[in-house]
Design a protein. Structure first.
Length: 289
């Protein structure tokens, strides 16, 4: 009877789970995008954050002053733009007067009162004025175009500074809970330096392992039962969904048990589980397909 009891006990233990693993979550390490002093860093480990929430700021005084300087430079450049219409007005009026004088002389030449030389002289004067107007317009257009390009270059510099100012704001990227805080307010930080780690714990992932013989029993989207330890030697059950199955075998991790303990090679499986707050990262879990 004792042998039979041990046999059924072992069988029951083996049938309790088909795979085991530990819980993990999508973790994001938020790093500084700028260098400077952390003027504001309102953050504590365990704090729940929203996506897009502003939680800190890096000193941006020099960038702001640079922005003001660029704006003043741009005003100075634009102030140098010539008023093409006003500057060409005098030459245009002189041409109009010369054209009127030409018509008068043409009539005098027809009446043999004025000489052909007078008409030739007025034509030459008109041609010179028209050439001067064309050269003046070309010069003014080149000056305007050059100043416009300089203004556009300053606009690009302003956009760069504005982007750098934006990066001085520390914005939380996802809904989640702060797991680790790596920096403190008033510390100096560098671009790329880790500030804190955040993870979305509303839905966690159980990374379990199955043997090759179990692959035919599972598929993506399959609903499974997930068991975790509960008080009084009991188990708490959750509904899970298989979201990923590895296509490569690996050696069984030392901390993981498999249904077939003789299996040396196993395949990783990710099971999505909705968290009610009881599940913790690193917690051990069992899966029943």
């Amino acid at each position: 009877m004792l042998v039979a009891l041990l046999f059924f006990s072992c069988n029951g233990n083996n049938n309790r789970f088909d795979a085991t693993g530990t819980f993990e979550a999508t973790e994001v390490i938020v790093s500084s995008e700028s260098s400077g002093k952390l003027l504001v860093f309102n953050l504590e480990e365990g704090q729940v954050l929203k996506s897009g929430q502003k939680i800190g700021a890096i000193d941006s005084t020099q960038l702001y002053l640079n922005k003001l300087q660029l704006r003043e430079n741009q005003k100075a450049v634009l102030a140098g733009k010539p008023d093409i219409k006003t500057q060409m007005e005098a030459t245009k009026r002189e041409i109009e007067n010369t054209q009127s004088e030409k018509k008068r002389i043409e009539n005098l030449v027809k009446g043999e009162v004025a000489s052909q030389k007078q008409l030739d002289d007025i034509n030459t004067k008109l041609a010179v004025l028209e050439s001067r107007l064309a050269a003046q317009q070309s010069s003014l257009n080149i000056t305007t175009s050059t100043l416009t390009q300089q203004s556009n270059a300053i606009n690009a510099q302003l956009a760069m500074v504005q982007d750098q100012l934006k990066k001085c704001k520390i914005i939380n990227p996802i809904d989640g809970t702060v797991l680790t805080k790596y920096a403190m307010q008033n510390e100096m930080t560098l671009s790329g330096k880790a500030l804190y780690k955040v993870a979305n714990l509303s839905s966690v992932i159980l990374r379990a392992y199955v043997s090759g013989s179990q692959l035919s029993e599972i598929k993506l989207g399959q609903s499974v039962r997930v068991l975790v330890d509960a008080p009084d030697d009991g188990y708490k059950e959750y509904a899970g969904t298989i979201t990923w199955v590895s296509d490569k075998a690996e050696f069984t991790p030392k901390t993981i048990q498999t249904k077939d303990e003789r299996a040396n090679l196993v395949y990783a499986v990710k099971i999505n589980v909705k968290n009610d707050g009881y599940l913790k990262l690193g917690m051990y879990g069992e899966v029943k397909f």
